[in-house]
Design a protein. Structure first.
Length: 257
């Protein structure tokens, strides 16, 4: 599917929902894609692989109508370029703390004249898309997601939001909790006050507020607060929770009597 409609959904004000892929397995990806999330979050920041390990998983997601989102390890032009060239519809850059860092990410993510990203989208040879069409329309199709993960980034929120060329500002609750002195306490007052304020401050800027959580009630709360781009946990963690529950039930009452 090209162009992928993820950006248009956001521009229409729709809530978009994704989920994480913990390992670049096409079989696991295929099972997740069958649930039809809006995007598939592929993390190369904390997990022990880079874009070279993804092979055709991003292309598989595109062919199944799901936008692959690749989080790169840092704000690096080589990593951002390779993530898009392997098939990402959206690239996420972590720990963006200043408007200068935001502007650099835009420069690395966009083709001229909006940026300076090198040109050669290799994923097109897997999916059969027209190489020239993809190049000419890439700036209109692809998304750039920047992460707000610190008190410094929140303090610079208004200036960051004024940087042209990115689409989503995604609050990372865990890193944010460390930055405000409440490490791992993502439900703390300090974290939640910032999270409540971000979508208010972004209103009217053209930048969408995003976050990642696993609890459905928390996700619904954040949608009420104005979040529009949300990652809904990951299938492996949810599956392990169900497996743990089933094993405990069967061990406590093997015969169901």
């Amino acid at each position: 599917m090209y162009p992928h409609p993820l950006k248009q959904k956001l521009q229409r004000g729709e809530v978009v929902l994704g989920s994480g892929l913990l390992t670049p397995s096409p079989h696991l990806a295929g099972m997740i894609l069958a649930t039809q999330p809006d995007f598939l979050w592929i993390d190369t920041e904390h997990l022990p692989f880079g874009s070279e390990a993804l092979d055709f998983v991003p292309s598989l997601a595109r062919m199944r109508g799901v936008a692959p989102l690749i989080r790169v390890a840092n704000n690096d032009p080589g990593l951002i370029k390779k993530a898009y060239d392997v098939g990402a519809v959206a690239v996420m850059v972590p720990q963006v703390n200043t408007p200068e860092e935001a502007a650099r990410a835009v420069e690395y993510a966009r083709y001229p004249p909006l940026g300076q990203r090198g040109i050669s989208p290799m994923w097109t040879f897997v999916t059969g898309q027209d190489w020239n069409q993809v190049i000419k329309s890439a700036n209109e199709e692809t998304l750039l997601v920047l992460q707000l993960e610190s008190q410094q980034a929140f303090d610079n929120l208004d200036q960051i939001a004024r940087v042209p060329g990115f689409d989503v500002l995604l609050v990372g609750p865990l890193d944010l909790s460390a930055s405000v002195g409440r490490i791992t306490e993502t439900g703390s007052k300090e974290v939640q006050e910032i999270m409540r304020e971000v979508p208010k401050r972004l209103k009217g800027t053209g930048v969408v507020a995003g976050t990642t959580l696993s609890d459905v009630a928390e996700l619904q709360e954040k949608i009420r607060w104005g979040y529009q781009f949300l990652n809904v946990g990951n299938a492996v963690s949810y599956g392990v929770q169900v497996l743990d529950s089933h094993l405990k039930t069967l061990r406590a009452n093997p015969k169901g009597e």
